[in-house]
Design a protein around this ligand. Structure first.
Ligand code: FAD
Length: 502
C-alpha cells in the first residue's frame, strides 16, 4: 500500500463536512503534516453514516452494507495503522434474502456455488448462466476500476499505463452502449433473476432501464469481492475514522455551519462561519457539489456551476426506523421485498417523480449481528424504499407519511407473513427533504448525480477545482461517486491533489 509522503511546513486546510469522504481526506492530510480542521454543522460526525438512538434501540441512519473493504483497510494502512486494531469487518454469508410477489424466496449466498444451486432450485435459470454473468461483470471491473474508481479521471497520468491502454482498446467490453436491463436480459430469461441483478443500479441511485450496463461492475463487487458488515453496526466505521482523525491531529468544530467560502478573484482564501472569517491555505468541500457552488460560493454563473446544475440528481430514499417487538426468524440481516412491476417503479421515481405505488422494500436489521442494537427479544428494523429526489417542484406531490406506512406494512405482511402493525414500539422517519436538511444533499439525493446517462462518470465534479484555486471536493457528489468505498477514495484523490500541489 502507498504510504503518504510527509510535509515539513505547516499548511492549513479546512474541510467542510465530516462525512466519510471528508474524514478520509482529513486523516490523510493530517498524517502528511497539514494543519487540518473539520467544520461540521451537525453535532456528530458521519453525515449520512451517522447513528440514531431511540428508546433502547440503535439504528444506522443511512448505509448498511460495506463493499470493497480493502478501500477502508488501505486508509488505515496508509497512515501507519493496522485496521484490525480499529474495526472488525465481517463477510456476510447470505448477502440478502429476496422476497418476490409470486411467493419465491431466494437467498443470495456469497458462496458462488451455493448461490448458483439456490438459483437453479428456485427459478428457471441454470447455474452456468450465473457463472457466465459474473465473469462478464468481472471483465468490466478489471477494465474500468483502475481508471474510473481508483484514480483521478482527469489526470493525464491515469491514462499513461498499460492497463489504461488495454481499457481503451477493449472499450466495447465495458458495455456502455446497452442499458443494464438490456444486458441482464441477454444473460437471463427468468424475470426474478433479471430483477435481482437490475437492482444494483440503485446502489448508486440510478435507473436500470436507463443506466449503462457498465454499472454491472457493482454485481462483481458484491458477489466476487463480497458484502461486509462492521461489528457493532455501520456507525463503528464512522466512529473508527473519527477516532483515527483525532489521533492523527485533525481538529473538529461541530455544530458549526459554514456559510461561505471566501474567494479573492478565483483564489480560495478560507471560510465564513458564524459571521467570522477563518483563513486557510486550502478548502476541501465535503458538502454536496450543488450547494458548494450555489450556497457556499454564490456561483451560478461559472461554467463549472452551470454544467453541474443541469445534471440529474440521483434518487433519494424514505426510511422508517422501527423498534419492533418481534424476533423475525424468517428475515436475514439484509432483505428485499420486490415490487411487482420494476419498470413502473423506476418510471415513478425518475420520470413522474412520485413515490412508487408498489415500492420495493429494503429491511436491514443490525440487531441480528449486533445484539446491543435492540433490547432482548426485539429488533431494530431499518425499512427503506427508493424515492424521488425532491429537487424539482413536481416531486412534492407525494403520498402522505401514513399512506406510505400502510403500503409498506401490508406488503411486509403479504410477502413475509409478519404483521408488525401492533409491534412497532418506536418510530422515526427520514424523508428526502430530511436527507437534504440533515446532510445538505441536493433534493435528498443519496449518491450525487445519477448515472442514468452513458457519460455520467465524466460529468461528476473533479476532486480539484479547475475554476477555483485552492478548492477541492470529496464525497458522493464528486468523483468517483457515492457509496462508502467511493467517497473514501474521493478523499484519497483530493488529499493526493493537495499533497502534490501545496
Ligand atoms: C438511506 C441511505 C442508505 C445508504 N446505503 C448505503 C449502503 O448500504 N452502502 C454504501 O456504501 N453507501 C450507502 N449509502 C451512501 C453513503 O452513505 C454515502 O455515499 C456516504 O456516506 C456519503 O459520504 P459523503 O462523504 O458524501 O458525506 P455526507 O454523508 O453527505 O456528509 C456530508 C457532511 O457535510 C456536512 N455539511 C454539509 N454542508 C455543510 C456546511 N455548509 N457546513 C458544515 N457542514 C456541512 C453535513 O452535515 C454532513 O455531515 C446510503 C445513503 C443513505 C442516505
Amino acid at each position: 500500500m502507498n504510504q503518504i509522503s510527509f510535509k515539513a511546513k505547516s499548511i492549513s486546510i479546512i474541510v467542510i463536512g465530516s462525512g466519510l469522504g471528508g474524514l478520509s481526506a482529513a486523516i490523510r492530510l493530517a498524517y502528511a503534516g497539514y494543519d487540518v480542521t473539520v467544520y461540521e454543522k451537525n453535532p456528530t460526525p458521519g453525515g449520512k453514516a451517522r447513528s440514531i438512538e431511540q428508546s433502547g434501540f440503535r439504528f444506522d441512519a443511512g448505509p448498511s452494507l460495506i463493499t470493497m473493504p480493502f478501500v477502508i483497510n488501505e486508509l488505515f494502512e496508509s497512515v501507519g495503522e493496522n485496521p484490525v486494531d480499529w474495526l472488525t469487518l465481517n463477510k456476510l454469508t447470505n448477502l440478502c434474502r429476496y422476497f418476490y410477489q409470486d411467493g419465491t424466496v431466494l437467498n443470495a449466498y456469497s458462496d458462488r456455488e451455493k448461490f448458483a444451486v439456490e438459483i437453479e432450485a428456485n427459478t428457471t435459470e441454470k447455474r452456468d448462466a450465473l457463472y457466465k454473468y459474473l465473469e462478464y461483470c468481472k471483465t468490466i471491473y478489471d477494465l474500468t476500476a483502475d481508471i474510473f474508481l481508483f484514480k483521478d479521471l482527469y489526470s493525464a497520468k491515469t491514462y499513461s499505463n498499460f492497463k489504461a491502454f488495454k481499457t481503451l482498446l477493449k472499450l466495447p467490453k465495458i458495455d456502455s452502449f446497452r442499458t443494464m436491463n438490456n444486458a441482464n436480459r441477454s444473460f437471463f430469461n427468468d424475470e426474478r433473476i433479471i430483477q435481482l441483478f437490475n437492482r444494483y443500479a440503485t446502489y448508486n441511485g440510478s435507473d436500470p432501464y436507463k443506466c449503462p450496463a457498465t454499472l454491472n461492475i457493482i454485481s462483481h463487487v458484491e458477489y466476487s469481492i463480497g458484502g461486509y458488515y462492521a461489528s457493532g453496526g455501520m456507525y463503528s466505521l464512522t466512529d473508527a475514522l473519527y477516532r483515527l482523525a483525532l489521533k492523527k491531529g485533525v481538529k473538529f468544530r461541530f455544530n458549526t455551519n459554514v456559510e461561505k467560502i471566501i474567494t479573492h478573484g478565483n483564489n480560495v482564501k478560507g471560510i465564513i462561519t458564524g459571521g467570522s472569517e477563518i483563513l486557510s491555505d486550502g478548502v476541501i468541500s465535503n458538502a454536496d457539489v450543488y450547494s458548494t457552488y450555489g450556497k457556499l460560493l454564490n456561483d451560478d454563473k461559472s461554467s463549472a456551476a452551470r454544467k453541474y446544475n443541469k445534471l440529474e440528481p440521483s434518487s433519494s430514499a424514505h426510511v422508517f426506523y422501527w423498534g419492533v417487538n418481534i424476533a423475525s426468524h424468517k428475515l436475514e440481516t439484509h432483505n428485499i421485498l420486490f415490487s411487482g412491476d420494476y419498470k413502473k417503479e423506476f418510471e415513478e421515481i425518475f420520470d413522474k417523480k412520485v413515490y412508487p405505488a408498489d415500492p420495493t422494500i429494503y429491511i436491514y436489521i443490525s440487531s441480528k449481528f449486533s445484539q446491543g442494537d435492540a433490547p432482548s427479544g426485539k429488533e431494530n428494523w431499518f425499512v427503506m424504499i427508493n424515492a424521488p429526489n425532491c429537487a424539482s417542484s413536481n416531486a412534492k406531490v407525494q403520498m402522505s407519511k401514513e399512506g406510505i406506512k400502510q403500503v409498506i406494512l401490508s406488503k411486509i405482511k403479504v410477502l413475509t407473513g409478519y404483521d408488525i402493525r401492533d409491534k412497532i414500539e418506536t418510530e422515526s422517519i427520514m424523508r428526502p427533504q430530511d436527507i437534504e436538511e440533515q446532510t445538505g444533499s441536493f433534493g435528498g439525493s443519496i449518491y450525487g448525480i445519477s448515472s442514468n446517462s452513458r457519460n455520467a462518470a465524466f460529468l461528476r465534479q473533479q476532486n480539484m477545482s479547475k475554476q477555483y484555486k485552492g478548492l477541492y471536493f470529496t464525497g458522493g457528489s464528486a468523483h468517483p461517486g457515492g457509496g462508502i468505498p467511493l467517497v473514501i477514495l474521493s478523499g484519497k484523490i483530493a488529499a493526493g491533489k493537495i499533497i502534490n500541489s501545496m
